[in-house]
Design a protein. Sequence first.
Length: 154
Amino acid sequence: MSVSVAIRRTAEADPSVPLPAYETEGAAGMDLRANLPAHRRAEGLVLPPMGRALVPTGLSVALPEGFELQIRPRSGLALKHGVTLANAPGTVDADYRGEIGVILVNLGTQAFTVAHGDRIAQAVLAPVTRAAWTEVEMLPDSRRGAGGFGSTGV
């Protein structure tokens, strides 16, 4: 299934940075790339260990009503460098029209440089189901009950 999504580059964006794309036929996510400001493009953006930064993508979208864009970590960055998202997954709401930014955090032991054009995150278009709360006096029983963290075993 394919859903049409309007996308535009911000005024500061480098048009040579590719738009998000699926890298394989079976991919659920599209790679988002760093689109750094002109004064940062040559040296990149350095994330020290335990450092975090909002990395611009140079992109804005108009999602169809009833959808969200989930921003997720790239597994290779997480495994090889300890670089992930501080708010995984991030959400771009259907009514947001600003630039998509990715909050990267370096959990590794070495500084990591985000180069201009690097693939930094994945974007997954997903349907949204909205809750209609019904306040009740008691909840129905379940097999698990109120068992919390670790209650289902190892």
